[in-house]
Design a protein around this ligand. Structure first.
Ligand SMILES: Nc1nc2c(ncn2[C@@H]2O[C@H](COP(=O)(O)OP(=O)(O)OP(=O)(O)O)[C@@H](O)[C@H]2O)c(=O)[nH]1
Length: 908
């Protein structure tokens, strides 16, 4: 057969290789490339793809990424996960564990070449449009982590993507983790393509995986390739491409740069069964697209209703329209075996051809001055109108119309001063280059040496150096334009997730309301595990805290606090592996001389009743300065519907929720001077120079410090409301009212109120309860359900495997959940080729065999889930998998409390 097949030139050098299947694009070769001298910025942006790879752990993200880098010419040899020589998994901890724990953003070009050197897709008068993959594109690839413990890492990476490749393991199919990440990507409306990997492995079932995509991910798979097993049931040797109606074959044992292409006639002669299935796949593809895309219907009629006659270029354009308009729920699906170097180049072509450029991507969500909306609305000024209307809301007293209009015009003026805004999506400490802050620029252009205002930390930092990252190599650049990804070197404070803005003028802070601009804000849920960190000697303590501070900049879902009484430093995080990795980073990578204690579950304490009002006056000299302030605290349990219980009136200075507790600050009679802009609110009772923001923050910090330690179990408080009341005539003392005195008074009053609760109704312990999603075979369903509900005290929520899961994560935005559920997928319309040894294809229901995947959704106390994977594996003959995320903290029964307390005491 091979003698008949097209062979790409074998003398290609790695750097210049047009490994993007010369044959695949041979249709377009006759179309001349012509260079343009005015390669404008927009064109470069049109030829940019910010994409990520999302998948279940071990599906082959790293292996596939390494091939992408190799074929695009950025590496000279293929890295191997199993040898620990990959480029993307560059932390030592990652290499040792063989899993991806930190996303690295890598830029490469596909197909290889200069991005600005040629014009974009052209539709000539008589010719079909040239596919985008005929021209070099810049691909910014974010390698997202796959482990459940790194949900926030995943969310943080996802929110900056314009498109994603979802890799499935062709043996395991759609797994629990895949569903979870898929749903997370859906919350951001990220257009996706699917790549079914590992088709070379025994037990690979492409057809079954396609059906699982429809039933478990709730989308219509547009099967663009089907696997080519030699002779029908021999080894996996390539793919048959339903878009171009050709077979692509890779030679076993080679690096995959040489691809042999067989047209349909050749396939008919050599592999008649495959050729027949390929025709069915093409018919199914056109049928599926015609249900959602008028244009392809037209093309189909133009071709006299011959499915096989529709051009590949028209199919690609139709697929692209369907992928970008996500209401179609069509997801193109490709096949391969990255480890065997098969299937990666067509996947790269599909990234360029089918996934959006930055301007085509869904508008990112922003929040400014308490209102949310799209970035485009912000830049057009519409969001500002809404914001200024809210700023003059009834709780602040009716503002005259004139004033409102003035506010709008000053806000619009502020927006016009916005030069650029960017999201710091990752902070990495690089051994050679120091702290690297990866940014995605959303508007304008981030220039070297510009002053960046961090709206999360409310401070400015200069950006002395900018880089583009090519895996481990970096190239200095002068600016990073909107839609692009790059690195800022030299920032001292910026953390992962912070929003950075640059603005015209030379003021220290940007004009209001730009100071509150947030790009794609995400909420960080409370940590559920903690461990103690001890320096080896006193002299190491400072270094240890510096390293911890860096760790927290990298990953804000880690928390550090120092227990006041024991002086112990406690590090808390989202999961056991999360803390283990933090330990590795701290000790092995950052070289802190410290040791970590056992990893424990972070229990909480909660008030059962209301305290009496307790007043404390703090009156002491601090650092040679007299400080005097007082306040009254009341502590009470926070009801489920606490938001509706809020009484916000003129005297309320603050209502804020922190880690499950609410702090309300009230100061009746403070005589707030609101004549000037809201940021400068002051009061004649406050000492000169102290504004209301400083006053509130001091009190809030004091109260939060007291809440870190419950009165009975010394656990952090949860589900508790503290109301601080300040009487200006008896609690404030002019110049003597310092911020530290205010903090101390708030702390003492809160602590005393907590003690008062303890001696009254008392407090109770709370434990984290997890949302658990378990994927298993039908055969193990009974034993797993029994184990969860009787031995582990869990509560089964559903056993339904048909309904795609909504985002179960705490981070899933409420708006996504509010969206109307789409109608269920019609399985009769799903085409899946038969797997070897399986019959029939179109519209087959998932067979109700013992291998049918089932999904259990349950709520289970975290304590019962520790070490669960091993147990699940033993119950399910190794097939079961699960993911979990924090649902909430729940009060514990007296009996459970006793057991846990005994364990905790024994444990320490
Ligand atoms: N047989 C076969 N094995 C593969 C293929 N792709 C990846 N693997 C193997 O699967 C394992 C996991 O691959 P990785 O590339 O590390 O997977 P990953 O998704 O990056 O995993 P994490 O980094 O842990 O999230 C490795 O042992 C790979 O060699 C494939 O196409 N065929």
């Amino acid at each position: 057969m091979s003698s008949n097949l097209y062979k790409t030139p074998s003398n290609l050098t790695c750097k210049n290789t047009c490994s993007s299947l010369k044959g695949l694009r041979s249709n377009y070769r006759q179309l001349q490339r012509f260079s343009t001298t005015s390669a404008c910025k927009d064109e470069a942006l049109d030829r940019t793809r910010n994409i990520g790879i999302i998948a279940h752990i071990d599906a082959g993200k790293t292996t596939t990424t390494e091939r992408m880098l190799f074929y695009s010419g950025f590496t000279r040899r293929i890295g191997d996960v199993d040898e620990g020589s990959t480029v993307t998994d560059f932390l030592p901890a990652e290499r040792a564990r063989g899993i991806t724990i930190q996303s690295a953003a890598i830029t490469f070009h596909w197909p290889p070449g200069e991005v600005n050197g040629a014009s974009g897709p052209q539709a000539g008068a008589q010719s079909e449009p040239t596919p985008r993959s005929a021209y070099p594109h810049t691909i910014n690839l974010i390698d997202t982590p796959g482990h459940a413990d790194f949900t926030f890492e995943v969310m943080r990476s996802l929110r900056i993507l314009d498109g994603a490749v979802c890799i499935l393991d062709g043996v395991a199919g759609v797994e629990a983790q895949t569903e979870k990440v898929w749903n997370q990507a859906s919350t951001y409306h990220i257009p996706r393509v699917i790549y079914v990997n590992k088709l070379d492995r025994d037990g690979a079932a492409f057809g079954r995986t396609v059906r699982e995509v429809s039933s478990r991910l709730g989308v219509y798979p547009a099967v663009c390739q089907i696997p080519w097993f030699q002779g029908g049931n021999g080894p996996f040797i390539g793919v048959a491409d339903a878009i171009h109606l050709q077979g692509l074959r890779w030679k076993e044992g080679e690096d995959g740069r040489t691809v042999k292409v067989a047209d349909l006639q050749q396939l008919d002669a050599e592999e008649p069964a495959l050729a027949a299935e390929l025709r069915r796949a093409r018919i199914a593809l056109i049928e599926l697209l015609s249900e959602h895309d008028e244009d392809i219907v037209e093309k189909f009629f133009e071709c006299e209703e011959d499915h096989l006659a529709v051009s590949s270029a028209d199919i690609i354009e139709s697929l692209r329209r369907c992928v970008l308009d996500q209401t179609s729920r069509i997801v193109p699906l490709f096949a391969g075996a990255s480890f065997r170097n098969m299937g990666v180049q067509p996947l790269l072509d599909s990234i360029v051809n089918l996934l959006p450029s930055p301007p085509e991507a869904p508008d990112p969500e922003v929040s400014i001055g308490g209102v949310k909306g799209g970035l485009r609305d912000l830049l057009s000024g519409d969001l500002i109108v809404e914001q200024s209307q809210k700023a003059s809301s009834p709780s602040k007293g009716k503002q005259p119309k004139k004033k409102n209009l003035a506010l709008q015009s000053s806000s619009k003026d502020a927006i016009s001063k916005l030069q650029s805004c960017a999201l710091a999506f990752k902070v990495v400490n690089d051994a050679k280059r120091g702290v690297l802050v990866y940014v995605r620029v959303y508007s304008g252009s981030l220039d070297r040496n510009s002053l960046l205002f961090n709206t999360n930390l409310q401070l400015s930092e200069r950006a002395p150096r900018l880089l583009k990252m090519y895996a481990n190599d970096a190239v200095e650049v002068d600016s990073i334009a909107a839609g692009h990804i790059g690195v800022v070197v030299g920032l001292k404070q910026t953390r992962t997730g912070d929003t950075l803005v640059s603005y015209a003028g030379n003021k220290a802070t940007p004009p209001e309301p730009l100071t509150s601009l947030q790009l794609r804000p995400i909420a960080v849920p409370p940590p559920v595990f903690f461990t103690s960190v001890e320096p080896h000697s006193l002299s190491e303590e400072k270094r240890m805290h510096e390293s911890l501070a860096l760790l927290l900049r990298e990953d804000p879902s880690l928390h550090v606090n120092v227990d006041e009484e024991s002086g112990q430093t406690l590090l808390s995080g989202m999961g056991e592996l999360h803390l283990e990795i933090a330990r590795d980073r701290l000790i092995n990578d950052l070289k802190a001389k410290a040791s970590m204690g056992r990893i424990e579950i972070g229990y909480r304490e909660s008030a059962l009743g209301t305290s009496s009002p307790i007043t404390k006056i703090f009156d002491k000299e601090i650092a040679g300065r007299k400080g005097k302030a007082g306040c009254t605290a009341v502590v009470e349990p926070l009801g489920e519907d606490f938001e509706s219980q809020e009484v916000v009136d003129q005297a309320t200075l603050l209502v804020e929720t922190h880690d499950g507790n609410q702090i309300i600050i009230r100061a009746p009679g403070l005589q707030i001077d609101r004549s000037s802009r809201s940021e400068d609110e002051t009061s004649p009772f406050l000492p000169p120079g102290m504004d209301l923001v400083t006053f509130r923050t001091a009190l809030q910090n004091g109260s939060l410090a007291a809440l870190a330690r419950g009165p009975q179990f010394t656990l952090p408080m949860h589900n508790t409301r503290v109301t601080l009341t300040i009487n200006p005539t008896t609690d404030l003392f002019g110049n003597e009212t310092t911020t530290s005195a205010l903090s101390s008074a708030a702390r003492q009053a809160t602590a005393a109120a907590l003690k008062d609760v303890q001696f009254g109704a008392g407090t109770t312990m709370m434990e984290p309860v997890m949302n658990v999603i378990i994927s298993i075979d039908e055969a193990s369903l009974g034993s797993v359900v029994h184990d969860i509900s009787s031995s582990r005290g869990g509560h089964i929520i559903s056993l339904d495997e048909e309904v795609p899961l909504s985002g179960t994560d705490a981070s899933t935005s409420a708006s996504a959940l509010e969206e109307e559920a789409p109608p269920p997928i019609d399985h009769r319309r799903v085409y899946a080729p038969p797997d070897p040894f399986e019959a029939a294809s179109v519209g087959v229901e998932i067979p109700a065999a013992a291998t049918r995947p089932r999904t259990i959704i349950a709520k289970v106390p975290l304590k019962e889930m520790v070490g669960y994977l091993k147990h699940l594996r033993s119950l399910t003959a190794g097939r079961g998998t699960f993911v979990m995320s924090v649902d909430r903290f729940e009060k514990m029964s007296g009996q459970r409390q006793k057991v846990v307390l005994a364990e905790l005491r024994g444990g320490f």
